[in-house]
Design a protein around this ligand. Structure first.
Ligand code: SAM
Ligand code: SF4
Length: 338
């Protein structure tokens, strides 16, 4: 009898949510230094020997797939800066899953052929401003033109691109309409992400641009009849819309003001082999040490899924965001992967 038929429910939590979407962070390293993602003075990288090898990533991913995972997203840090990223992508593409990536787009042009070969059809590319100077301020690097051109290249090559934009008050909140207008002639999805708190990213509620504020900006710039609400799939984190006549769409990810935990199907594996049952949780479970010791990791996976809170790792009200002890100990986003 296989492990699956012995225990078919290890990825189902106490609230009946089935976790069929695994997000794997390939590395803690990055070629950008986004202010909202990592502290100004950088992060303490895990020692190299604590980072999962290519074989370990595959072994863990395969276990999840055997238990029902059908979608894998590679993230980071910047997943494409990992030296053996090609090998990992090729190997994971042999699993029966929808494989995709979240990338900052800086070196994506070097991977187009590989993505096609591996059946990757959609990519999330992060871009927070359409202004080169602002982009430099947020990423602490000068790659705006490169990323912008790479987004156009991906579209030209037939990939479905979702552009991730973290909005921050007084910084890029005046670009909402410019971003939406990108979807006029490009068949992309622009996704506005509410700014979330992580270790060292100077988060506070006043910097957040909420779902409500984004929609109000949209309402002020387009007639009601032009704003079309689209249907969202049950596990979608987005609320999506199309402006009438536009080729692409836009969407809002409102993790802070309007959580979507009811349909959560995600589990996260960090580059150093820890699983997290929620983006907001500071708790982690080590899979790598037992894997290296030849022990079964299924009981740990099951326990981690079972201990998942109903809403945002216990931060079930907006007021709780004002208590830094509830979220301030969470890793920097760069070591989780979004
Ligand atoms: N380097 C890749 C990239 O930037 O797309 C992948 C890793 S990055 C951590 C994944 C996603 O997390 C990006 O879209 C980024 O904008 C988002 N992110 C990082 N810090 C965030 C924060 N504090 N609040 C909301 N989203 C954040
Ligand atoms: Fe790097 Fe992505 Fe974090 Fe920016 S958001 S620092 S590109 S990992």
């Amino acid at each position: 009898m296989t492990e699956i038929s012995k225990n078919p429910k290890i990825l189902t939590d106490a609230f009946g949510r089935k976790h069929n979407y695994l997000r794997i962070s390939l590395t803690e390293r990055c070629n950008l230094r986004c202010t909202y993602c990592m502290p100004a003075d950088g992060i303490q990288l895990s020692p190299k020997e604590h980072i999962m090898t290519y074989e370990e990533i595959y072994t863990i991913a395969k276990k999840f797939v055997d238990h029902g995972v059908t979608k894998i997203r590679l993230t980071g840090g910047e997943p494409l800066v990992r030296k053996d990223a090609r090998l990992i992508i090729e190997k994971l593409a042999t699993l029966p899953v929808q494989l995709t990536l979240t990338t900052n787009g800086v070196i994506v042009d070097k991977f187009i052929d590989l993505f096609k070969k591996c059946g990757i059809k959609t990519l999330n590319v992060s871009l927070d401003s359409l202004d080169a100077t602002k982009n430099k301020n947020i990423t602490r690097r000068s790659y705006f033109e490169k990323v912008y051109q790479n987004i156009l290249l991906l579209v030209k090559e037939g990939f479905y691109v979702k552009v991730n934009c973290v909005l921050m008050k007084g910084f890029n909140d005046n670009e909402v309409i410019d971003f939406i207008n990108l979807s006029k002639d490009l068949p992309i999805q622009v996704r506005f992400i509410e700014f979330m708190p992580f270790d060292g990213n100077q988060w506070n509620m006043t910097k957040l641009v909420s779902l409500k504020e984004i929609l109000s900006e949209v309402d002020s710039n387009f007639a009601a009849a032009e704003i079309i609400k689209l249907e969202d799939a049950p596990n979608d984190t987005t609320k999506s819309y199309r402006i009438k006549g536009y080729q692409g769409t836009f969407a809002i990810i409102s993790s802070v003001t309007n959580p979507f935990c009811d349909g959560c199907n995600r589990i996260r594996l960090t580059a150093n082999g820890q699983i997290k049952n929620c983006l907001f949780s500071s708790k982690e479970s080590d899979l790598l040490t037992p894997l290296r010791a030849g022990k079964s990791i299924e009981p740990i996976i099951q326990k981690t899924i079972q201990s998942k809170f109903k809403i945002r790792s216990g931060m079930d009200t907006l007021e709780k965001f004002n208590q830094p002890d509830l979220h301030g100990n969470n890793r920097s986003m760069i070591t989780i992967g979004g």
